[in-house]
Design a protein around this ligand. Structure first.
Ligand SMILES: Nc1ncnc2c1ncn2[C@@H]1O[C@H](COP(=O)(O)OP(=O)(O)OP(=O)(O)O)[C@@H](O)[C@H]1O
Ligand SMILES: [Mg+2]
Length: 325
């Protein structure tokens, strides 16, 4: 890919946990050798994985809240740490995030108008009447009535309204990269569809999105490409249609067979949403050097326990599995 916005190059992250008492130090390999890139040609890339697979760790690394243990993360060709050291303001304007629970990011004493004005001021977006016009426009763009909403405090808003205000912030700030970490898991089905439509529309504003989810259905709905992560390893990736219609990795296959067959008479949001987290209990990280899916895989071979397969390209997909050697 030529026009890369964000690149992960063999990124690993180990958390050293200090527990109680003597000898209780443990290490958690949250990410292992993760490589991917996101194009500056606007696209939605979905990162799909179950709880504890390392999705939020990827987020935190992009934001510079954590540093990689090894490997490199480049944004527009420069490392994140370099951006934060030399061009922090530019970086935090260009790279924005939306979290699962919008309530947590609000200051309970700030009304909506202040939240949006702060974004305007922080990034010198506009001033005076122009700023006012932009605030009204951005709220209307996400289906909120400025007059009704601007004077309210966070506790006077529904979860859906709070999440839409986060979207209107994105309309105002117009970042280049949006990282959305499980943004719709607290919304009901109809709001979820509206929210996802906005993420897709952001492409028209030149915004690329890393959409993080444990729900393959919503990934299918909006993503151009899908990347499947399991226990800190990317196991498969490719264009959405290809991955969903022709899953290669046994883990992806397991996920896809868990998606209910769509009833053509139903809208997608009426379908049962698969929740990867509920499929089976996560089996721990016994096989760190080999394939992490080893002990759940019906095709497991001896070497899967010891070695992790190289990336194999098959048509437009990439898979890490010895079945494809
Ligand atoms: N600061 C930390 N210290 C120690 N371990 C951590 C830390 N942050 C994350 N981990 C561990 O790293 C692994 C990956 O966590 P992460 O939060 O990235 O998962 P996730 O895919 O976002 O899960 P979820 O879907 O539940 O949000 C987990 O085993 C987690 O316990
Ligand atoms: Mg998470």
């Amino acid at each position: 890919m030529n026009n890369t916005l964000l690149t992960f190059q063999n990124v690993s992250k180990v958390f050293r946990r200090v527990g109680f008492g003597f000898l209780s130090k443990t290490a958690v390999q949250a990410l292992k050798d993760v490589s991917f890139s996101l194009s500056s040609e606007p696209e939605v890339l979905a990162l799909v994985g179950e709880s504890g697979s390392g999705k939020s760790t990827i987020c935190r690394l992009i934001l510079g809240l954590e540093e990689p243990t090894s490997g490199e993360i480049l944004y527009r060709g420069k490392s994140v740490s370099e951006w934060l050291k030399n061009n922090k303001k530019e970086y935090i304007r260009e790279v924005q995030i939306i979290f699962q629970d919008p309530y947590e990011v609000y200051n309970p004493f700030y009304r909506v108008d202040r939240v949006l004005w702060m974004a305007i001021k922080k990034f010198n977006i506009a001033s005076g009447d122009e700023a006012n016009r932009l605030i009204h426009e951005s709220l209307e763009a996400v289906g909120l009535r400025p007059r009704e909403i601007l004077g309210r405090y966070p506790h006077q808003l529904s979860g859906g309204e709070r999440q839409r205000i986060m979207l209107s912030r994105i309309y105002l700030i117009k970042p280049k990269l949006l990282v959305a970490d499980e943004p719709v898991s607290m919304l009901d089905a109809s709001l979820r569809a509206i929210f996802l439509d906005h993420l897709r529309d952001f492409k028209n504003l030149g915004i690329s999105t890393l959409y993080i989810t444990h729900d393959l259905n919503t990934a299918y709905y909006i993503a151009d490409r899908i990347m499947i992560i399991y226990s800190g390893r990317i196991l498969e990736r490719g264009p959405t249609e290809d991955v969903i219609k022709n899953p290669l990795h046994p883990y992806t296959k397991m996920l896809i067979t868990s998606i209910p067959v769509p009833d053509p008479n139903k809208r997608w949001q009426d379908r049962v949403v698969i929740d990867v987290a509920k499929l089976q209990k996560v089996s721990g990280r016994e096989s760190v050097s080999g394939c992490p899916f080893y002990n759940r895989c019906q095709f497991a071979m001896d070497r899967c326990e010891r070695n992790f397969p190289e990336t194999k390209r098959i048509n437009n997909q990439e898979v890490n599995c010895f079945l494809y050697e």
